[in-house]
Design a protein around this ligand. Structure first.
Ligand SMILES: [Ca+2]
Length: 316
């Protein structure tokens, strides 16, 4: 089935993507660079070995001919034991792209410092795609407490309501660095959260759509297919899903077209940092704490519209 085209136009919104670059992160970078005025990629510990994430970010930049600086950030979460998930993303994090050769390198400035200087430079206009553990952003806030007033919006992919993908309760990004997630959520940023379950339902690319993307024959579609192949296998065999899941890409897409978020609501949200529920997202559904809402949560998204936008960008 041929999916209708979504006519998109690049926006001038200055953005930054904070990424643990592996598989779907590269698709999110593709979308962010096609749809917004992407000013920087910052890299943080998460999906795979840090050295490989850096390499993957540089590879993506060079493959897509992007003129965007890359900054290396924190090589580990603030506290706690964590692990990378090569079984999801492939040995190097790029699915079936094994021979990664890159020419360029990262900038000298530390990622959190780059976040602060870009936020200052764009004077409250910068939007951040936080599609990774929140360590770089937490460190930036700890260094510059006025950061929430300098950043227009943080789009967070993270947290699970109850169906964790890394522990029974926790989604990977919040599980990896719950302390940083807690710091960022309580800092006073304008935040929208796209949680795991919403992406499982609405960031999924079914087999017929996958085949359509494969047949597009563009550089972008080739990168999408190759980088996400192993993750797709994992989603199907280990999570019992009917396709590949693209949480980071859905998050960028919602920022571009707010109508992809069909249902949203504002809540006070915190993150558990202890014991077996470490990394669990605590949504104060009935405002029992009396705390002011600190985040908008996407409760339902429009899968068809997301896939339409994705295919249109990949076909260009
Ligand atoms: Ca990510």
């Amino acid at each position: 089935m041929q999916v209708d085209k979504y006519l998109f136009r690049k926006r001038e919104t200055p953005t930054l993507i904070d990424s643990d670059t592996a598989s779907d992160d590269t698709t999110a970078i593709t979308l962010a660079s096609a749809l917004t005025n992407l000013k920087a990629i910052t890299v943080v510990a998460g999906n795979v070995k840090f050295e490989n994430e850096i390499k993957n970010a540089i590879f993506t930049k060079e493959y897509l001919s992007l003129n965007v600086p890359i900054y290396a950030g924190s090589r580990r979460p603030l506290l706690g034991i964590w692990r990378t998930v090569e079984e999801v993303h492939g040995t190097h994090g790029m699915g079936n792209i094994n021979q990664i050769e890159v020419k360029g390198s990262v900038e000298n400035e530390f990622a959190s410092d780059a976040i602060i200087s870009l936020a200052r430079k764009y004077q409250g206009e910068l939007e951040v795609f936080a599609v990774s553990p929140l360590t770089n952003l937490a460190l930036a806030f700890l260094k510059e407490p006025t950061l929430p007033s300098l950043i227009k919006k943080i789009w967070i992919m993270g947290g699970a309501f109850s169906r964790g993908n890394t522990s029974p309760l926790a989604e990977f990004n919040f599980w990896t660095d719950p302390e940083s997630a807690q710091i960022v959520l309580n800092a006073g940023f304008d935040i929208t959260i796209v949680p795991w379950e919403v992406t499982e339902e609405s960031a999924i690319v079914y087999d017929d759509e996958w085949e359509e993307i494969k047949s597009l024959g563009t550089r972008r579609s080739y990168l999408f297919i190759k980088a996400n192949e192993i993750m797709r296998e994992f989603s199907k065999s280990k999570e019992g899903l009917d396709g590949s899941v693209h949480p980071d890409s859905l998050t960028v897409s919602i920022s571009y077209d707010n109508s992809i978020a069909v249902k949203t609501s504002k809540f006070y949200v915190n993150v558990e940092t202890c014991g077996m529920s470490r990394g669990g997202m605590l949504v104060d559904w009935y405002n029992m704490t009396g705390n002011k809402p600190n985040a908008e949560i996407v409760l339902k998204a429009d899968r068809e519209k997301f896939v339409k936008l994705l295919i249109s960008v990949l076909s260009a």
